[in-house]
Design a binder for this molecule. Structure first.
Ligand code: ATP
Length: 232
């Protein structure tokens, strides 16, 4: 299976702050991978580095088949990778449908269009013409995922999608992510919520102080063994 994203020996940070240390990570086609770790260990910096928002000091990052010399925010989408950012970043003043069309604008043609997406998320069809930010947190998370899907990516990177969501919504999110994966989208799930990780991911990396300190298969019956990596 081909690699959709890889970090090899990556050192990255912001100005004088060196956050990621010799980091290695990869996601291949068809995989559901989790990146777990406590607050402040550098999870969002992984996203920022692949988008070119944190500076890559050394090491290699491949986006799909490409290894750009200088990363820029649009390159991930051009290479089949969409990010669902922490905090969702629904654009205020745009309707649900207009937010979805932003995803279509940066991506490529494929099976995900408004009609197919509305079948997966009926609530987004119901609320299509209301402001995106007028919806509940859970609905906004579905919108953020839907917006990413509209770009027809091969890989979706989700940065703490359960933040602020009620357990019943986390259950719905697990179902949605598994459906997307069944339909061929690979996932990199950045999470501290082990219940979601256990239900979705097959493989994990644990991050501590900007380095991968453990990795392996996710075993649902031993999911609590991963708790040491997310609980302070
Ligand atoms: N723009 C920035 N400039 C300087 N330092 C930053 C910046 N953004 C994050 N950091 C620092 O980088 C480190 C890693 O932060 P990061 O947001 O990647 O962690 P995280 O694991 O995603 O945490 P959380 O779960 O709280 O989102 C922290 O020490 C943070 O203070």
């Amino acid at each position: 299976m081909s690699e959709l994203l890889s970090f090899k020996g990556v050192n990255a940070g912001y100005g004088a702050a060196h956050v990621l240390h010799d980091m290695n990570l990869s996601v291949r086609q068809g995989e559901k991978v989790a990146l777990i770790g406590r607050n402040g260990v550098g999870k969002t910096t992984v996203v920022n580095t692949l988008l070119g928002l944190a500076s890559l000091r050394s090491g290699d990052i491949r986006l799909g088949q490409r290894q750009p010399r200088r990363l820029r925010p649009y390159m991930a989408a051009n290479n089949g990778i969409m990010v669902v950012p922490q905090g969702r970043r629904i654009v205020p003043n745009l309707t649900v449908e207009e937010n979805l069309m932003l995803g279509a604008a940066v991506g490529r043609a494929g099976p995900w269009r408004l009609d197919s997406l509305y079948r997966l998320f009926p609530i987004l069809r119901e609320r299509a013409h209301t402001p995106g930010t007028a919806m509940s947190g859970g609905q906004q998370q579905m919108l953020a995922i839907g917006r990413a899907m509209m770009a027809n990516p091969e890989l979706i990177v989700l940065d703490e999608p359960t933040e602020g969501l009620a357990p019943v919504i986390v259950d719905q999110l697990a179902e949605i992510l598994n459906q997307l994966a069944e339909q061929g989208t690979s996932l990199l799930l950045i999470e501290q919520n082990l219940s979601l990780v256990g239900r979705v991911a097959e493989r994990y990396y644990a991050l501590s102080k900007g380095s991968v300190v453990a990795e392996g298969k996710v075993r649902q019956d031993h999911i609590m063994e991963l708790q040491q990596h997310v609980v302070v």
